[in-house]
Design a protein around this ligand. Structure first.
Ligand code: SF4
Length: 181
C-alpha cells in the first residue's frame, strides 16, 4: 500500500488522455489554498496554544505550506491570537495594511473574537472593530484541532474565491467601512 497521501484533488474540468482543461480561477484558488503563509500575531495564552499546534503532536505542517512569516509583506494569513488592548488596535491594523492582497484573517479564541472575559475599558472587544475577519475560532483557549479547523476554513475560502472578488464593489465597500485604503 502506498504511503502517499493526496492532499489536493484534481480540479474539475474537461479531461482526456494526457490533458486537463479547467478554468484559471480554479487553478489559482488551488494554488492559493495550498500555499497560505501565516503571520502569527500572538499576544497571550492563545499564542501558547498555537505553539502546541505547531508541535509534532498536532503538526500544522501536515498541509506542507505553513511557512510562518513575521513580516506582513511576506504573509497572506493573519492569525490573531490573544487579548488585544485598545492601544494595540492601530498596530494590528498597520500590520494588516502592510499585507498584500489577497489576505485573510483568523480571530483565534474568545479574546481576539470578542474581547473574551475582558470586558474592560482597555481591551478591544473583538479585532473586527479595526480589521475585517474571515474566520472566528471559538474557545478560551481553542484546542489545536480547532485552530487547524480554522485554517481549513480559510483554505475553503481561498480555494473558492473568485479572482474578481478583491476588485469588486462589495469588497471595496468592506475596506472603506474600516477606513482602509
Ligand atoms: S481567549 Fe482565553 S486563552 Fe485565549 S487569550 Fe483570551 S484568555 Fe487567553
Amino acid at each position: 500500500m502506498s504511503n502517499v497521501q493526496i492532499i489536493e484533488e484534481q480540479p474539475v474540468g474537461f479531461q482526456g488522455e494526457g490533458f486537463l482543461a479547467t478554468n484559471l480561477s480554479t487553478v489559482v484558488g488551488m494554488a492559493r489554498k495550498n500555499s497560505l503563509w501565516p503571520l502569527p500575531f500572538a499576544t497571550s495564552c492563545c499564542g501558547i496554544e498555537f505553539m502546541s499546534t505547531m508541535g509534532p503532536n498536532y503538526d500544522l505542517s501536515r498541509f506542507g505550506m505553513e511557512r510562518l512569516s513575521f513580516s506582513p509583506r511576506q504573509a497572506d494569513l493573519l492569525m490573531v491570537m490573544g487579548t488585544i488592548a485598545k492601544k494595540m488596535g492601530p498596530i494590528l491594523r498597520h500590520v494588516y495594511e502592510q499585507m498584500a492582497e489577497p489576505r485573510w484573517v483568523i480571530a483565534v479564541g474568545a479574546c481576539a473574537s470578542s474581547g473574551g472575559i475582558f470586558d474592560s475599558y482597555s481591551v478591544l472587544q473583538g479585532i473586527d472593530k479595526v480589521i475585517p475577519v474571515d474566520v472566528y475560532v471559538p474557545g478560551c483557549p481553542p484546542r489545536p484541532e480547532q485552530i487547524i479547523d480554522g485554517i481549513m476554513q480559510i483554505q475553503e475560502l481561498a480555494g473558492s474565491e473568485s479572482l474578481r472578488r478583491r476588485n469588486g464593489d462589495e469588497y471595496k465597500a468592506l475596506l472603506e467601512s474600516y477606513n482602509i485604503k
